[in-house]
Design a protein around this ligand. Structure first.
Ligand SMILES: Cc1cc2nc3c(=O)[nH]c(=O)nc-3n(C[C@H](O)[C@H](O)[C@H](O)COP(=O)(O)OP(=O)(O)OC[C@H]3O[C@@H](n4cnc5c(N)ncnc54)[C@H](O)[C@@H]3O)c2cc1C
Length: 464
């Protein structure tokens, strides 16, 4: 039995980053991955393929808006197979990149499904039988998978999860997306830009639950302008398959009425659930919460000594960069260093056009908690760079304590996912709205909207 200081189960952004960091710190490390490729959900069926398709579809959609720039374009054609081929190549190249990093850092990649028959032992079931590894420490980084609704059978042909929606061979005529969260909106916009009619059905009376309500409204308005249709306050109760496609039954929430909706494809994007099956957690005594997430303490340790867990299979935001931060902190603590993750300042980004970026508290959360706050807002319409590029939808909003300490920031707008980084650093380092506002920002730049929102919180915006 080969012995390691650390055996990581799962090669997603949590697991592979933890494995590399632990190896950098001098540990002997193996990473066990069952799916036949490293990179996890993020690289194979998540962040990267979705962003590749968002970029390609944005370029296609942009061609129809060139007239405003005085550019005539003959009608554009779509080679969907080539677009998918580009996406697959990006995924393949990045996967190979991680394999290279494992070699460079001396991490052993062990292909197969891992389980923990007893503390200190990991069993790997691979294509050529079972292997036992001895592990001084075991780290579970087995991630998550799409959740479904009772009675809805995801076949990845007509009724899709995000995985199926990233690999369609044809543009649907009418795609109905169930769930107005990040994944539903991103993939809905991909297919809308490529020519599908897209209707987003959401149980709540708003999109992007959990995001700041005012910013989510701006996003809904902008996405509607770009072609997405929204049916809010509706509960999916069933999908019937017929010769002509799919018939969805919807219940109006809080009203005594039902509706039907016809579609050729349905994307179920109602959230994700942790993956822990087959690990042997019950027999081992590893505690999970009522939703199946593995419970961990501040040092990522589960209820069993020597067994740790990070990333999507633990409570907290299900985001690749959060999983990576967990992985680094966990490896550093195992090496006797002071690993730490500042969960209050983990940003979340929706990569639609416009992008929606969020950080820290929303206005709703502050109100509900009775916290005193000041707020500043600046519309991109008043930003000269946004006017030059024709990307004027949306706004930057900051929320701060009366003394200027940043409590939250929310952006709807072009490049919002990049613009939020300044505010993440400010909030993490305790930099106030006054200090951001007094920092020189290049002109003309979208970042000036961040500065102006901070000035607005102090009652002294210049351009509004
Ligand atoms: C369509 C889509 C778009 C997304 N876009 C973004 C985005 O833009 N930004 C962002 O931050 N996040 C995004 N996410 C979320 C992100 O992908 C996840 O938060 C992230 O991948 C979690 O990392 P992880 O390492 O915890 O788990 P995962 O990435 O899920 O990796 C877990 C790995 O463990 C393996 N595994 C499971 N069980 C076993 C076992 N028993 N033995 C061996 N291997 C096992 C799995 O095969 C998998 O490869 C997106 C997700 C989806 C679905």
């Amino acid at each position: 039995m080969k012995s390691y200081d650390l055996v990581v189960i799962g090669g997603g952004p949590g697991g592979y980053v933890a494995a590399i960091r632990a190896a950098q710190l001098g540990m002997s490390v193996a990473c066990v991955e069952g799916r036949g490729a490293i990179g996890g959900t993020c690289l194979n069926v998540g962040c990267i393929p979705s962003k590749a398709l968002l970029t390609s579809s944005a370029k296609f959609a942009e061609l129809s808006q060139m007239a405003a720039h005085g550019i005539g374009v003959e009608s554009a054609t779509l080679d969907l197979a080539a677009m998918m081929g580009r996406k697959d190549k990006i995924v393949g190249d990045l996967t190979k990149g991680i394999a290279y990093l494992f070699k460079k850092n001396g991490v052993d990649l062990i292909e197969g499904w891992g389980s923990i028959p007893e503390p200190g032992v990991v069993k790997v079931s691979g294509s050529d039988g079972n292997t036992l590894l001895s592990a001084a420490n075991t780290l579970i980084a087995t991630g998550s998978e799409p959740a479904s609704l009772p009675g809805i059978d995801i076949d990845e042909t007509d009724i899709l999860s995000s995985t199926g929606a990233l690999a369609l061979a044809q543009v649907p005529q009418h795609l109905v997306v169930i769930g107005a969260g990040v994944i539903g909106l991103e993939l809905g916009q991909v297919w809308s830009r490529l020519g599908a009619k897209v209707t987003v059905v959401e149980y709540l009376d708003r999109i992007l639950p959990g995001n700041d309500g005012e910013i989510a409204k701006l996003a809904q308005r902008a996405l509607t302008k770009r072609g997405l249709k929204f049916q809010l306050g509706r509960k999916l109760t069933g999908i019937e398959r017929g010769a002509d496609g799919l018939k969805l039954s919807l219940e109006r929430v809080g009203k005594d009425s039902t509706e039907t909706l016809e579609a050729d494809k349905v994307l179920v994007a109602i959230g994700r659930r942790p993956v822990t099956r087959g690990l042997g957690l019950d027999a081992l005594g590893v505690a999970t919460n009522s939703r199946g997430f593995i419970e961990v303490n501040d040092a990522f340790m589960t209820s069993v000594q020597g067994v740790y867990a990070i990333g999507d299979c633990t409570p907290g935001p299900m985001l690749a960069h959060k999983a990576e931060e967990d992985g680094v902190a966990c490896a550093e603590m195992l090496a006797g260093k002071a690993g730490h993750v500042e969960y209050n300042t983990v940003p979340g980004v929706v990569y639609t056009d416009p992008e929606v970026a969020s950080l820290g508290a929303t206005e709703e959360v502050l109100k509900e908690a009775g916290t005193d706050y000041i707020t500043g807002k600046f519309n991109f319409m008043a930003n000269s760079r946004a006017r030059s590029s024709g990307e004027t939808d949306g706004a930057v909003k900051v929320l701060a304590a009366p003394d200027g300490t940043i409590l939250g920031a929310h952006i709807c707008g072009a490049h919002g996912g990049d613009l939020i980084a300044e505010l993440v650093l400010a909030m993490t380092k305790g930099v106030s709205v006054e200090e951001v506002a007094r920092t020189c920002h290049a002109h003309p730049a979208l970042g000036e909207a961040v500065k102006e929102a901070c000035l607005d919180a102090l009652g002294r915006a210049i351009h509004a």
